[in-house]
Design a protein around this ligand. Structure first.
Ligand SMILES: Cc1cc2nc3c(=O)[nH]c(=O)nc-3n(C[C@H](O)[C@H](O)[C@H](O)COP(=O)(O)OP(=O)(O)OC[C@H]3O[C@@H](n4cnc5c(N)ncnc54)[C@H](O)[C@@H]3O)c2cc1C
Length: 376
């Protein structure tokens, strides 16, 4: 049995970022626990790259969070002398999907509305700027970029360790109990950690710890495909952008020599324990078809790598951040709904403040753990 001031279940990007910010602002004892190793193959945070963007349709709230988060990524880069965010345009390509065309156009309008740069490119301009693309029209988000995801995760975890956080790998918390008024986690071997404050950042496994009446979360299975172009330079930043087109997105060859292509979010529920971790041929065909339409020269590129990864979806796609309404020493950070990575430093900083009983520094009412997710 061990005792600590703060225990965090889950060393994905959210748990690791929180541990990092805590370690910078408090001398309290912090234990970060993971059922596997940091950057294990199953967690949602461990992949070569993730999209950073300001474009959020008409949802200015997330655009403003992204503006704040970008500054924190830059601070982390300066502090560690590592590049984690590679700047890139996000090209919002107009296709045939009305909903996504609307998202693109509204993103453009929101950026304009808050005085940020954004362009509306007609075919000729697009051909000149990004000749790889075939489309009538596209908008740009010039504040976007590619986050080197695994590198960022390992950076947060190792910086947290450097600042005194104790990392316990291969300990699977099987339940949370309250003993002598203290949240306590146990594993199946009877090991226990008693904490003054407990934070659950268990990603798609969070349902194992969520009490009744809190916002529900559904893990869903997503497939990621990496296509290896013959001329990598033509598909690397800054010559090739991050792109959104008709429910799919792509990430240039950054952190790897292949272009990542994926659907924005398949909604088939899955169980993180039994999820099928290899991809389906239909998904390969769907990605190639998308490429044939919008980036024809990439459509026959070799499939170099693939990965299955889980989203932790809430119904309203908003995150869950805050105290358990009944046990205020237990806190949650889950439900990042396939778009949390870009906000990791901001979320880590917010959760660190909440764990210490401080004001979060931003308005998090939208992320309330006992909100009604169908109300918005
Ligand atoms: C395919 C895919 C693409 C994405 N693309 C983007 C993108 O482009 N941009 C963006 O901003 N976001 C993106 N996201 C979302 C982002 O990656 C996630 O929101 C983020 O990684 C979630 O991090 P997390 O720390 O909450 O969860 P995880 O990374 O899953 O970490 C949870 C950790 O908890 C551990 N754990 C679970 N249960 C236990 C237990 N009982 N005991 C101990 N440890 C436990 C797990 O082993 C795991 O390491 C994407 C997500 C996916 C899946």
């Amino acid at each position: 049995m061990s005792e600590t001031d703060i225990c965090i279940i889950g060393a994905g990007i959210m748990g690791s970022a929180t541990a990092y910010y805590l370690s910078k602002i408090t001398n309290k004892q912090i234990i970060l626990v993971d059922q596997y190793n940091v950057a294990n193959d199953y967690c949602s945070s461990n992949d070569i790259n993730r999209v950073f963007r300001y474009a959020y349709g008409k949802d200015e709230f997330y655009t403003r969070l992204a503006i704040q988060s970008r500054k924190l990524w830059q601070q982390l880069e300066q502090e560690t002398n590592l590049q984690l965010l590679i700047p890139s345009d996000l090209l919002l390509v107009q296709g045939t999907d009305k909903e996504w065309n609307m998202f693109n156009e509204e993103s453009h309008k929101t950026l304009q509305k808050i005085g940020l740069e954004t362009e509306d490119l007609e075919r000729k301009q697009l051909e000149k700027r990004y000749p790889q693309f075939n489309a009538e029209r596209a908008f740009t988000d010039p504040y976007a970029g590619i986050l080197l995801a695994s590198k960022a995760l390992l950076t947060f975890a190792s910086e947290a360790k450097k600042h005194g956080v104790k990392l316990i790998e291969n300990m699977r918390a099987t339940r949370i109990t309250i003993q002598n008024d203290r949240p306590t986690i146990e594993d199946s071997n009877g090991n226990r950690i008693i904490a003054k404050r407990l934070l659950v950042t268990a990603g798609p496994w969070s349902n194992n710890f969520i009490r009744k009446n809190l916002v529900e979360m559904t893990p869903t299975r997503q497939q990621l495909l990496y296509f290896n172009p013959q001329d990598t330079q033509l598909y690397a930043p800054p010559r090739f952008p991050v792109f959104f087109a008709d429910q799919f997105y792509g990430i240039p060859a950054a952190g790897t020599d292949a272009v990542k292509v994926s659907h924005m979010g398949r909604d088939t529920p899955t169980d993180p324990e039994t999820a099928e971790r290899s991809i389906d041929q239909e998904e390969v065909d769907a990605c190639r078809e998308l490429l044939r339409r919008f980036i024809p020269k990439l459509s026959n590129a070799r499939l170099a790598m693939s990965k299955v990864c889980l989203y932790d979806m809430t119904r309203d796609k908003d995150f869950v951040l805050g105290h358990d309404p009944e046990e205020s020493d237990i806190l949650y950070g889950y439900g990042f709904s396939g778009h949390g990575f870009k906000f990791a430093p901001l979320i880590g900083r917010v959760l660190a403040q909440l764990v210490l009983g401080n004001e979060p520094g931003i308005d998090i009412s939208r992320f309330n753990p006992d909100r009604n997710p169908t109300a918005r």
